[in-house]
Design a protein around this ligand. Sequence first.
Ligand code: ADP
Length: 504
Amino acid sequence: MLCHLTARRVFIFKQFMAARYLSLVQEKAFVNGVWTEAKSGTTFDVVNPYNQSVVAKVPDMSTGDAEKAINSAYEAFRTWQNVPAKERSSLLRKWYQVVDSNKEELAKIITAESGKPLKEALNEVLYGNSFIEWFSEEARRIHGEIIESPVGTREIMVVKQPIGVVGLITPWNFPIAMITRKAGAALAAGCTCVVKPAEDTPLTALALAKLTEEAGFPKGLFNVVTCSRDNAPAVGKLICESPKVAGISFTGSTNVGKLLYKQCAQGVKRIGLELGGNAPFIVFDSADIQKAVGGAMASKFRNCGQTCVSANRFLVQENVFDQFVSMLKQEMVQQLRLGDTTKPENNLGPLINQPQLEKVESIVKDALQKGANLHVGGNRASSVGPLFYEPTLLTGITPDMRCYNEEIFGPVVTVIKFKSEEEALDIANNTHSGLAGYFYSSNMAQVRRVAKQLCVGMVGINEGIISTAEAPFGGVKESGIGREGSHHGIDEYTFIKYLCVGNL
Ligand code: ADP
């Protein structure tokens, strides 16, 4: 009897969870607090990269639709900018709570549209939601200053104010976190948002919008405009050039980032860019090789290598080179399991789409044609699914190979041998990118020197995974402008106003 009751409860719970999941999968965009179709009535398919099934259809919006979203955010800003920080904080806190209550369903949506392993998707929801939580707290800590005036009859006051409507254009590799990292800070500062999620992963953004509704957000605060790749340039241009938009925050490819930067120049818009990386991962002779291999696995294979902070070039000092390569190969063969990423036993998913698969494949072919040594992998894993690629390990890498300079964004490890610290730093810094860098060493003087000399915005020292809401995320050189997360993240969405109080 007891067993029967428990089974029934489990059944009811499962039904409830399924209904909750379905209620979060929205097939309309979210504009001015209303679930909306494209004016043209057209839609595009959201495809599961694991098996190519169509998960949902969402509106293929164009500039007219985006204009409405901008107008709604503009109207909402009139009120939101004056809402006391404590109330903004409370509303964000409610959003955090409803996201937390729906974390399992959100993770399923992320896996369905991005192919990310379910466990990683759940971690991403927790990570993404940590930005909402963090910025709900930071909302109350946006402080001004009072500065000593040189004139006795005056007082100099400095206040920080929200910049206005912000356009947030986001990628597919972290469908929730790349939105919350921006929107959390923007809303905390008193800005309102128009989000343009990636065409591969719009459902997570729409689910987030649904949860803003449940958290009681006023209309117009958080708008989501979905569009296909074909419409993205026009919609992006409108968001950059609209006089009602005060700033843009973009995470994505370097090429698109540069285009948006140009488009924002006309209106001298505030811009935050988080673009491609080409992260070096250096292993010095003094390193703990076991730990370095663990860090390499985590940094390289999370999300199938499709993160902008993934290690892209492994540089290993000559005395530990063979040991590192053989231990890493062993880990790759033993640990990585390709397959249906909704199943907990599989930890390596497909690439996001066909162009990405072809890019990874051509980078490996190029290296092999130019003389690289293949230790494992090197082919599509078509028997698992159409977008799978085998975990691949290459050595004998030379500067003429594409993998030496290009961001691979796939499950491919390339290992370069070096002799001296100076040589490692030369190779590491010889790139236009500068997002993350990693190194393993147990020599404290070397740790200090190398940390200082790596030309990147973030350094993992004896660590392969470093992102957290508390720390500033961002790059130097062509990897970007501005910082997200941490207390610096709010600065992207505020401007400084000087008030001179005279004749006192
Ligand atoms: P990826 O190549 O990894 O898809 P992109 O930089 O192309 O990276 O895409 C990141 C985001 O930028 C997505 O939301 C995409 O739709 C958007 N995007 C792509 N091209 C443009 C463009 N010309 N203007 C504005 N947004 C764009």
